[in-house]
Design a protein around this ligand. Structure first.
Ligand SMILES: Cc1ncc(COP(=O)(O)O)c(C=O)c1O
Length: 500
């Protein structure tokens, strides 16, 4: 059944709460609010009872696909379960009520968490220093780009180019362009890795940065990374790692040891903090010693036995975010790290890789595997076999919704035709993976016998197929209330709300 908008549930005069008439004198300061600043009509809010509100939002919430209710194999997104214990801990402790302008002496606990988090991330990634300010992967990328700018400027250089493989996430070229660089796209080779020969052709003294994703978005390890690091450094450029796929590496190898100079990590992916719907995310950036002077301010330093904020870094690129990033998200990731420990984190990566390879092997007889070799945390199929039957990756994704699974990422990476990018993550059991495999096999068979069913899917969801392009290009997010009737204007309770 279609769920009406809450505005459509509105009945004149209905209220969740009613206040008694004001029985104290109007405060003197209210006289200072001139008539032009006063509200003369009641706000155009829905008039609903408390139970209307509770039922409406509960019904909507039950229509969601969420990580807490369904398997969510979104490739490149690492949609992993967020342990409830870390949420409980952050919501039940004093950390929630801290204010970023509190004197440091009153919030040493939080500052200690920040400082230790920077150390832990540096240790995991093999970097020398971290900033926790950026609040998304893309924001981390832009911070990294600005750091590269500052690094070259300090050496009296102003190279213009950033080299990025064609398998990269769209945010990589966008961040480089936003940072004022021109982007050169490097093709991938037949093995799905950056084509090192093509890279050599354009890598010169005008190159500021080479941006690699490792493992790349095909789920494959860039196995010539050390050679690429050498070539990059010889040209005077820096090597950046998009660490969005770090879930495959933690405890197994360290980007810093592979030769990367700058990287961002997505706490909202690898370190199990909320993701989707805008976060609040966190994209800390790690650097090698030579780039540390340029990190955003303020930075933490020790003064006596206290941690304090310092702005005294004259070469810093400045702030990239108000205050200190998404503090509670950082705390949540910190709890995750401490709960798992070194061994636990390694096991996470190993299981994520094992799960992806299990899906790869089980689905290979049914879907085309463009890069047929063991993968890391995600495996990329192509729906070209099904396309021959008139069924596209989009149809497969929509049919999965009918069968109770969130679809994988589709049509990305761009270099794979009809891409289906599946990242199961470590938290899923063999039973869940088997159920997903069975659904994917059923769909592959349906593509042969009843392709029209796939083209019509989804049929069991609250809404059928939406025009996603129109929704993205012409979002209609604002409720425009009908002009209020005369009788509603005269509502005595509404009149009570007139002043302030
Ligand atoms: C490989 C890769 N890089 C960068 C990003 C951007 O991260 P964010 O969405 O946190 O901005 C993503 C996001 O999915 C990604 O998959």
């Amino acid at each position: 059944m279609e769920e009406p908008l809450i505005f459509e549930l509105s009945q004149p005069g209905r209220r969740a709460v009613t206040f008694p008439p004001l029985d104290v004198p109007t405060p003197p300061w209210s006289q200072m609010i001139t008539s032009t600043l006063q509200r003369h009509q009641p706000p155009a809010l829905p008039s609903v009872s408390e139970i209307d509100v509770v039922r409406h939002f509960t019904r909507l919430s039950q229509r969601n696909f969420s990580i807490d209710t369904h398997f969510y194999p979104l490739g490149s997104c690492t949609m992993k379960y967020n342990p409830k214990v870390s949420k409980m801990l952050i919501s039940r402790t004093n950390y929630r009520t801290l204010h970023p302008w509190q004197p440091p002496v009153t919030c040493q606990g939080m500052l200690w968490v920040f400082a230790h988090m920077e150390e832990l991330l540096a240790d995991i990634c093999g970097m020398d220093a971290f900033t926790l300010q950026p609040v998304a992967g893309a924001h981390g990328e832009l911070t990294g780009i600005l750091l590269a700018h500052a690094y070259h400027r300090a050496r009296g250089r102003s190279p213009h180019k950033v080299l990025i493989p064609d398998s990269a996430h769209g945010t990589n070229p966008a961040s480089a362009a936003l940072g004022g660089f021109s982007v050169v796209s490097i093709p991938s080779d037949r093995r799905g890795r950056i084509d090192v020969e093509a890279l050599k052709q354009v890598l010169d003294e005008d190159t500021a940065l080479v941006m690699l994703t490792n493992p790349n978005t095909l789920g494959l390890f860039e196995d010539r990374v050390q050679e690429i690091a050498e070539l990059t450094h010889r040209a005077g450029a820096l090597l950046y790692m998009d660490g969005a796929n770090l879930n495959a590496l933690v405890g197994l190898t360290r980007p810093g040891d592979l030769g990367f100079d700058i990287l961002h990590v997505n706490l909202h992916k690898t370190f199990a903090t909320p993701h989707g719907g805008g976060g609040p995310g966190a994209g800390p950036v790690g650097v090698k010693r030579a780039i540390e002077p340029f990190l955003p301010v303020p930075r933490l330093k020790t003064q006596g036995d206290q941690l304090v904020w310092s702005e005294d870094y004259p070469q810093s690129i400045g702030k990239v975010r108000a205050f200190h990033g998404n503090a509670l998200t950082i705390l949540r990731a910190y709890i995750y790290l401490r709960a798992l420990g070194r061994e636990g984190l390694r096991t996470v990566s190993q299981r994520a890789i094992l799960n992806a390879n299990y899906l790869r092997v089980r689905l290979k007889p049914f879907y085309h595997l463009p890069y047929d070799e063991p993968c890391l945390h995600e495996c990329i199929f192509s729906a070209v076999k099904q396309k021959a039957q008139g069924v596209k990756a989009l149809d497969i994704a929509k049919r999965l919704l009918d069968l109770g699974f969130h679809p994988p990422t589709i049509y990305f990476p761009l270099i794979v035709e009809e891409a289906l990018m599946i990242e199961p993550v470590e938290t899923e059991s063999k039973q869940v993976l088997d159920a997903f495999v069975n659904a994917m096999i059923a769909i592959a068979k349906e593509a042969e016998t009843h392709p029209e069913r796939l083209r019509e899917a989804p049929t069991t969801t609250p809404v059928r197929r939406l025009d996603e392009v129109k929704a993205a290009r012409e979002p209609n997010l604002r409720y425009r209330p009908p002009v209020p009737q005369q009788s509603q204007r005269a509502n005595p309770e509404s009149r009570n709300m007139k002043v302030l």
